[in-house]
Design a binder for this molecule. Sequence first.
Ligand code: GLV
Ligand code: MG
Length: 353
Amino acid sequence: MRSAKDFFRPLAVGAPAPVREVPFRPSRMIHFFDPGNEKMAAKVPSIAPQVDVLLGNLEDAIQADRKEAARNGLVKIAQATEFGDTQLWTRINSLDSPWALDDLVTLVTEIGDKLDVIMVPKVEGAEDIHYVDRLLAQLEAKAGVTRPILVHAILETATGVANVEEIAGASPRMQGISLGPADLAASRRMKTTRVGGGHPGYLVREDPSTSDADAPRATFQQDLWHYTIARMVDACAAHGILPYYGPFGDIRDTLACEDQFRNAFLLGCVGAWSLHPVQIAIAKKVFSPSPADVAWARKVIDAMGDGTGAVMIDGKMQDDATYKQCLVVSELADTLAARDPELAEAYAAAEKE
Ligand code: GLV
Ligand code: MG
């Protein structure tokens, strides 16, 4: 048994006190880069101001013989770069690999004061988060880190999905969860070889015509990820942490990427990964509420006064529930606009129309 009071005690003497609320900082795109790749590393200072989150990737996509170069590269880049209000995250190697322990020890002791969030891949249950939680507290205390480093889990195994609620609530350090559709597809033995997105074979078909059984019948592609994203969103919302769509691997198919990101946004996700600079603008567009939606939300909020009762606006019924829906949109817009002057201008202009 663990007393509720102990949940907010540091897990090591001298470690910073855990957070009680996950700070909501814009994180529309988590932009991945390989810190061991000198060409990519050289671009970090120019990319950082364009993104909400910059993530030094140490896990998949980094070859086994380049793991140390990537880890050391991230230390060098973090020490040399001022990130302003852009967050710095890392994705460490999975806990069943020979590199995860050294990733945590090196990164927290060398650049713990610069790291906002550590993304842990292939999380299967609360025990994985507990392992990282205690270790981080010990390392923070050792390194003199004064604010807790938060933890983000990737949902990418069937066991992880079965345990998603306990993962989301495993520690006050939990910042959020991302869907990892590639590993998850493999773990579930799904038969798609794509990284996210739909599949032409996963569809529903229109009923046959009653007058001509041979007439062509329309088909509609379905979303392979709907169930998992919705479940992840509920687990995150229940525990006050943030849900994200993960990677979309077909870099050239910017339209389908935008659709996949938008589905996630509409279902409650706050951001997605960008694997290539072309996906930065897509995420920015999709995960910022549109100026028209923000103007509408503010119109409803103004008309509803203290939020009780009911009013009709343009023939649509508004009450306590729609007022709350509108607050979600309006508050998100305020937070994003505070960091994005172009967006602030677009929201202000739409309100005047
Ligand atoms: C991401 O890591 C994925 O497996 O999709
Ligand atoms: Mg993965």
